[in-house]
Design a protein. Structure first.
Length: 454
């Protein structure tokens, strides 16, 4: 219709539309580039905010507010710069699209006038309407392309998440029912290396020097507790050799931040294994870590879906030193604990979680510092009546800072601080491991100083 109305001059307007389309493609590429850069800083900012919220008390205790504020501000500034570039590109494109009908019609009519074409006024106004109709689609394109760009990047990230491999089953459970009674070994880990995903990300680009630097950053040989807490580049567990026989009581110990909890996670299969044969776990297991309770009665939290056996239940309650606590609750063990156990103390929640693990009748119990929230008297009761008496026929692995328990252990696992572990009896480690001996001397000195002050 345009060619019919104003002849070849209409082709000039179409050429302008074509150039606008090419420019649209160029700016669309910029959309993707700027959005990807902004997403990197957005992810960092969200991670920092999550870290601040999850560790709010520690940040306040150590006075790290200014440091985290500076980090957060820097990341937000970088994110804002990329978002500013993105918005500038979008505004330029939108302004071009809005002005496109006027530009194309003006160029076409100028060419028409230069050619001395004698088209009627009605043809000119009809052509103007056609140019406007053609440009309506272009006016919507910037918004459409911007939305499609954001959607495409979002879909790509979702696809990457969905296509991520499942957590590798690092434990061998094959033919457990048939072989469990024949085997005397409960846990067997041979020359295996474990790392958390966030540490090994980018391994393809990392070289030996960078890895050694991570180990140097993590060296905790003469660090105090505050320094240890600030060491964040955990190097993973290196060449772990650990054999635990059925019924053994194993204590995992070491300085703060050396990876005691990580070793339990590695045994449980929650930590990524990057080298070595798969660990053999002969039997069912439960990991008793951070205390977790649901909005239900105390008894329901302990049973956790298991059938109620009064004699067994009462024995476990007594072994976990909960009987006295139940007598103080208004409804005994039928008391509702509230959302996230708000009506319970930290020690009560820890003992309820321990009682749940004990009641589950699993072959292996992995315990992550379950005695840290209880006093010395209650802790000794739990050790004597629960860990050493009631659970004497089950395999028990306890990660703890309480070195007084080492004497009761059948085996001690000491984490050296560089990702390696040493396994042996108390006397063997005290004789051959300087770090373990130093830790024991420091512990004994602390106990003597405490008694002296009293």
């Amino acid at each position: 219709m345009l060619i019919y109305n104003i002849g070849v001059s209409a082709l000039v307007g179409v050429a302008v539309f074509t150039l606008a389309t090419v420019m649209l493609g160029y700016f669309t590429k910029n959309f993707v580039r700027f959005r990807l850069k902004a997403n990197v800083f957005t992810d960092k900012r969200v991670n920092y905010i999550k870290e601040i919220l999850n560790n709010f008390k520690m940040i306040k205790y150590y006075g790290w507010e200014d440091a985290y504020l500076s980090k957060l501000t820097d990341v937000r500034s970088d994110e804002t710069k990329e978002l500013f570039k993105l918005q500038i590109s979008r505004m330029v494109l939108k302004a071009t699209a809005v002005s496109l009908p006027s530009i194309t019609s003006m160029v076409s009519f100028c060419v028409l006038h230069a050619l001395n074409d004698s088209s009627s006024v009605s043809s000119v106004f009809a052509s103007l309407s056609l140019f406007s109709a053609l440009a309506e689609a272009y006016i919507m394109l910037p918004t459409a392309f911007a939305s499609c760009t954001d959607a495409a990047i979002g879909v790509k990230r979702i696809c990457e998440l969905i296509s991520t491999g499942e957590i590798e089953d690092t434990s061998s459970f094959k033919d457990i029912a048939r072989n469990q009674q024949e085997k005397e070994v409960a846990i067997n880990i041979r020359d295996s290396t474990f790392e958390w995903d966030n540490f090994s990300a980018g391994d393809e680009e990392a070289d030996d020097d960078s890895y050694e630097q991570k180990l140097d950053d993590y060296n905790v040989g003469n660090a105090d507790d505050e320094t240890l807490i600030m060491k964040r580049a955990f190097p993973g567990l290196q060449e772990v050799d650990l054999t635990v026989e059925k019924g053994e009581f194993v204590v995992i110990t070491g300085a703060i931040g050396t990876g005691k909890s990580s070793l339990l996670e590695a045994i449980a299969g929650s930590m990524k294994q990057i080298d070595g044969p798969k660990p053999e776990i002969n039997g069912s297991f439960v990991l008793c870590g951070s205390p977790w309770v649901q909005n239900a009665t105390v008894r329901e939290n302990i049973l956790f879906g298991c059938s109620y056996d009064e004699e067994k239940y009462d024995t476990i309650v007594e072994a976990c030193s909960l009987a006295k606590d139940f007598s103080l609750l208004s409804g005994g063990d039928l008391t509702e604990v509230g959302e996230r156990g708000i009506t319970l103390s930290g020690g009560q929640k820890a003992r309820i979680s321990l009682a749940r693990a004990v009641y589950s009748d699993t072959d292996i119990i992995l315990m992550d510092d379950v005695l840290s929230a209880v006093d010395v008297k209650v802790g000794k009761h739990i050790v004597d009546h629960c860990l050493l008496e009631y659970l004497k026929d089950r395999t028990r692995i306890l990660a703890t800072h309480q070195l007084s328990l080492i004497g009761d252990a059948d085996k001690v696992v000491f984490l050296n601080g560089d990702g390696t572990v040493d396994v042996g009896s108390f006397h063997e480690l005290n004789m051959y491991n300087a770090g373990f001996k130093s830790l024991m001397v420091h512990s004994e000195k602390s106990v003597k100083d405490t008694h002296y002050r009293r």
